[in-house]
Design a protein around this ligand. Structure first.
Ligand code: GLC
Length: 750
């Protein structure tokens, strides 16, 4: 029997709906213009559109201008500056035969000059709207300097912190990455891609790059189709549905076929299933790299396989430029294919409005870059990215009446590293560090600064004495540890995630002083910090907070703001536990504390099967240090009264999930109310938990709020190896403060 539910939505709208989606529609007039233009183009001009150059490749200014004049340059990356770009654009538009404008691409990943937290930090805010605002700041500043297109968002689901590019990702969860993908695309592109304050976004690295074996960058990925569709593709689908203008094919070998030459992902899924009509650009030389992969014997075969798969534009390598004529002559490819790809490129340029307004207003940059508005958004983003992991005896927030604080550590005054990885245009002189901000907040007389270590990697402890002295004359120690920005990002994988250099020794030296310790960790990934839990009183995880990270930290440490961040990744106890993520499968022998004995407690000559044959590590158990979704506040929240509008729903139905949330502490704060489900039995094994919704809710001390989320059967659809299905069955549902702790209920799909 079909049951319809009439229910009143008494809570707040799901934050994911607050971010509008703009899916471009094909404009008849534009398509006609594209067709006319292509009909006039020579092969050289077509191949020019399909080529993206780095400025150094031209060999000099005259050669650059000549190539543009001959219509051989469709795109340039890594060029910034409105004046210079206008100069080259004028040649393209006014001197070349067909006047096709150039599209300028740049890695504007988390800010242009005003640097916002790394994407992993933005994901820790769980705030889609704020993330969108942060990306809009990046877009506006980049556009004011002539950039038309960013190679972002990077939406590779990442479950391995050894992989340096986890810093650029939105973490381990498909749903959160999907929400962030939509928000980031909307932020970069706005509601009108032709608006001079917006830039084209690029969903990358399509697809599965984050599954690199061993967390070693560029390494092989093996992802069965059901996992590809259930775990790795959804954020890209969300980007496509949000109208992302471009995609970037990645470096990785996916099941034996490099994704830059992969017809299944690029053609079957992206074009045929999703109907994407934007442009696909390769990653840096990833077409030519198919030779190294052993998938092409030379640049001609590499070019052919990329064309066959559907890569429209080649980034910096020349497989297309050097071989398409021959491939056409041999009938290996048809001109219609070339025309289709050129059409995709021109469509993005039309949508950007480059034909109508190819030039950048050169007065914009000075009004836009590092504006107070932009810095305020950057500070808000940094503040909401911080995750409070520990706060023994509620040592935080500190009182401004404190006599003095010691500001210690290699990241206390590290303006370059505070910006994080993938920053090309941010300048360290614009960074406000915690040392600077704390001095401004408290007055120089209250701050005793000693870095203790010159960098996060040095083993030189000469600075310890000054640090100890600073601590001894202070009431509390604010210790800033972590990793330099160069240790995360592309090609920067790590096999050891412990504090480097003499950082642990510095922490020990601070413990020796007997002063309370507030440990702030800046890093591009989750580090293995278990030891610090026993030594520091409070731990605030700050990721790489960007230009305004200092003021954001100072204000939070002294209670002007309250932590609200939640972990977008699982924290392992040791590297040996990796991969470890919350939405894992149960296995046939899941572990629990009834059948696990720590290696130190195993009796000598213990019986062979006496330890319980379950899935765990003898020396590291089966649980992480901190679970996905974890984060404390200065206040406390109480969950009660989890209610479902019905215990059953039809395959086309939905239920309303409501919970009462009370602020039982003394600070106003925001809580991310998280909704997880488990499909108990299905045609494929399903994860023990999956995030399916959340709401970030602000609650005053003593206030109680009813928080409502909708859950539809469609949210429970999965790919079972042959089809996307919504299967009848029994489900668990949890609503709570992280992926481990929550109120439980259950429901069924009929
Ligand atoms: C790099 C990265 C990619 C980036 C591109 C252009 O190798 O993989 O994320 O956008 O090249 O810099």
């Amino acid at each position: 029997m079909k049951t319809t539910f009439l229910f009143l939505i008494i809570g707040l709208l799901i934050s994911t709906e607050a971010v509008a989606t703009v899916s471009p529609v094909k404009d008849e007039q534009t398509e006609k213009k594209i067709e006319e233009l292509i009909s006039k183009m020579t092969l050289d001009e077509k191949l020019g559109q399909m080529a993206q150059f780095d400025p150094y490749q031209f060999g000099g200014d005259e050669q650059t201008k000549q190539a543009i004049k001959e219509g051989k340059v469709g795109s340039i990356l890594n060029l910034v500056g409105a004046k210079r770009i206008n100069e080259l654009q004028r040649i393209a538009v006014e001197e070349s035969r067909l006047g096709i404008p150039i599209i300028i691409g740049r890695d504007v990943i988390h800010g242009y000059r005003t640097i916002t937290p790394i994407p992993l930090g933005m994901a820790a805010s769980w705030n889609a709207e704020l993330t969108s605002k942060a990306m809009a700041v990046a877009a506006e500043e980049a556009a004011s300097e002539g950039v038309h297109w960013t190679f972002a968002p990077m939406i590779d689901v990442s479950r391995d912190p050894r992989w340096g590019r986890i810093a650029e990702s939105c973490g381990e969860d498909t749903y959160l990455s999907t929400v962030m993908a939509k928000a980031m695309v909307q932020g970069f592109q706005g509601d009108d891609l032709s608006d001079p304050k917006t830039i084209a976004a690029c969903a990358k690295h399509y697809v599965g790059y984050g599954a690199a074996e061993g967390g070693r960058d560029y390494n092989t990925t093996y992802i069965p189709e059901n996992q590809l569709r259930n775990d790795y593709l959804p954020p890209f689908k969300a980007a496509a549905d949000a109208g992302v203008a471009t995609f970037m094919s990645g470096f990785n070998d996916l099941n034996g076929v490099p994704v830059t030459g992969n017809e299944f992902t690029l053609k079957t899924i992206l074009r045929e299933e999703w109907g994407f009509d934007g442009m696909v650009v390769s990653d840096w030389a990833s077409i030519a790299e198919m030779i190294a992969h052993g998938y092409a014997k030379d640049t001609k075969e590499a070019g052919y396989k990329a064309l066959r798969a559907g890569v429209d534009m080649e980034m910096v390598s020349r497989c297309y430029l050097d071989n398409v004529q021959e491939l056409l002559d041999e009938g290996k490819i048809e001109m219609a294919t070339i025309d289709k790809y050129v059409g995709n490129i021109l469509r993005v340029k039309f949508r950007l409005g480059l034909f109508d307004h190819p030039y950048t207003d050169e007065t914009l940059a000075e009004k836009t870059i590092l504006s107070e508005k932009n810095k305020a958004i950057a500070k808000e983003a940094a503040s909401e990215s911080f995750v409070l992991l520990q706060n023994k005896n509620e040592i935080l927030p500190l009182s401004k009446d404190i006599n003095s604080v010691a500001v210690i550590g290699p990241l206390a005054d590290a303006p370059h590293d505070q910006m994080g990885t993938w920053v090309f245009d941010g300048k360290k002189e614009n960074t406000v560090t915690p040392y600077t901000a704390l001095t401004e907040l408290l007055g120089a007389g209250k701050v005793n600064f000693a870095e203790g270590l010159a960098t996060s990697r040095t083993k030189n402890t000469d600075g310890f004495e000054a640090a100890i002295q600073a601590a001894e004359k202070s009431d509390a120690v604010l210790l800033f540890l972590g990793e330099e920005s160069i240790l995360s990002g592309e090609a920067h994988s790590l096999a050891d995630l412990n504090f480097r250099g003499a950082q642990s020794q510095l922490l020990d030296a601070m413990v020796e002083t007997g002063k309370p310790i507030v440990l702030v960790i800046m890093a591009g990934r989750q580090l293995t910090i278990e030891d610090a839990l026993y030594k520091a009183d409070a731990i605030l995880y700050a990721w790489a907070p960007g230009t305004m990270g200092g003021p954001a930290l100072a204000e939070m440490i002294f209670g002007e703001t309250v932590p609200s961040g939640k972990l977008p990744v699982t924290f392992p106890k040791t590297v040996g536990q990796i991969p470890i993520y919350y939405n894992h499968k149960n296995t046939g022998r899941p572990a629990d504390y009834s059948n696990w004995t720590h290696i130190d407690e195993i009796p000598v000559e213990a019986g062979q099967t006496s330890l319980g044959n379950t899935s765990h590590y003898l020396d590291a158990g089966f649980e992480p240090l901190f679970p996905f979704g974890y984060g404390l506040s200065y206040t406390t929240f109480e969950y009660s009264d989890l209610k479902l509008s019905s215990k059953t729903m039809e395959a086309d139905g939905s239920i309303e999930v409501s919970v009462t949330l009370k602020n039982t502490g003394k600070y106003e704060g925001s809580e991310v109310v998280q909704l997880y489900i488990r499909d108990r039995f299905a045609s494929l094994t399903r994860p023990v938990k999956q995030l399916k919704g959340y709401k970030k809710v602000n609650v005053k001390p003593g206030e109680t709020k009813q928080v409502t989320l909708m859950l539809s059967a469609k949210d429970l659809e999965f790919f079972n190896g042959t089809d996307y299905v919504i299967e009848p069955g029994d489900f668990d549902i949890w609503v709570g403060t992280n992926s481990k702790d929550g109120l439980h209920n259950e429901f069924s799909i009929n």
